[in-house]
Design a protein around this ligand. Sequence first.
Ligand SMILES: [Fe+2]
Length: 216
Amino acid sequence: MMPSFGWTTYDVSSQLPATWRQDVRRVAAAADFRDFPRTPILSREATQVDDVPRGRVHADQVLRGLPWLHQFYRGPFLQLARESRMERVETARDGRYGVVLNVQRGANMRFECHVDSNPLTGLLFCTDHGAGDGGELVFARDPGAVGLEAVERDCSVIRPHAGHLIFFDGRRHPHYARPLAKISDVRIVAVMNFYTESCMESTRPLELNRHLYGDS
Ligand SMILES: [Fe+2]
């Protein structure tokens, strides 16, 4: 029997600043859009895939452009993350990967199929995507799935709703974000890393930091 995959959803839209969606769109417009090479260790892309196009707003840009998001990460969102787990949960100490934005613009971008190294991930969806719009977050039920075809064969699908915050442990189940259907559409999600006593920040693979930031 396949291990079950689960997630927790909170609607936090009423807690966020009145202009949060415009703020996020403004900062996301300055994202680093390019082909990102496959991630060492954690990638679950098919072997022939060398890179995946997408946009990223780095943690320092988030800190400067969306200071309220950082405050939520270390405050109210951390409290919600703690409610979802039996053990102590902490935010990342390393400012390079605390909160980042992943951005998809048009129909060619998607997010790489991968597993997480951190034991708890929080995603704040910043844009809405209805049926047929694409942009869904897809989790393979089979931990051994490699490549999009294998993931899509048997999966849980989460449709993004702006203002919904979800928490999950993505270490076992490969996941990716589907491309958008329309070339005029934009998908923005804030990604937050959390750690626990049984899987502390010190366990984050050094190779991952070298790949992303050029050092350890
Ligand atoms: Fe992930």
